[in-house]
Write a protein that binds this ligand. Sequence first.
Ligand SMILES: C[S@@+](CC[C@H](N)C(=O)[O-])C[C@H]1O[C@@H](n2cnc3c(N)ncnc32)[C@H](O)[C@@H]1O
Length: 201
Amino acid sequence: MTNPDERSPMDWDQRFRDETTPWERQGLHPAFLHWRDRGAFENIKRVIVPGCGRSHELLAFAALGKESIGADLSATALAWQKAQLDKAGLDAELIEADILLWQPETPLDGVYEQTFLCAIPPRLREEYEQVVHAWLKPGGELFALFMQKEEMGGPPYGCAIPAMRELFPDERWEWPDGELVPYPHPSLNGKPELAAILVRR
Ligand SMILES: C[S@@+](CC[C@H](N)C(=O)[O-])C[C@H]1O[C@@H](n2cnc3c(N)ncnc32)[C@H](O)[C@@H]1O
């Protein structure tokens, strides 16, 4: 059970218990499917989905044979993940914690970011960048879906690309060339998420 506090003012567990979860997609994210189908996950052995909630990508990574870690503050969401994994006969490590305070024993190859960065209070963003950088081995990849939102406030808090370029600076992250592909969210008023694979230097 989650206690709302300064680090996490939202009672996320309550949101899952109340079924007020408008951020949820009813299947795999189209960017995940695109990345998977073009082999973008081939070099990924160990991957974490921070703030996995009840998203489907954790199970999908496990089905691809990846050592998969799902982390969330919400016991309700993690119980849902466990039930899906059990039903599919698959395994993943499930961590119920403030994941920004966690460190893996061995570095990871991948981080899959979907509506987590936009969910945390913006004052924790630098901490997020530091911790994701520390989780990944050099050459490890952050599969990011940056939520675009012009209105102030949140969650979700907008992750405009100029702010993301500042948060994930070139000295520490290699950005892809060219325009990022937008994926409109099916239920958050069609807000686009911009897909980018950032390589940890
Ligand atoms: C907007 S939801 C997104 C869930 C999921 N990624 C999805 O796409 O459906 C944000 C999730 O992050 C979790 N969360 C928020 N702050 C967290 C933290 N500090 N550590 C771990 N999980 C956190 C919440 O419990 C919630 O499941």
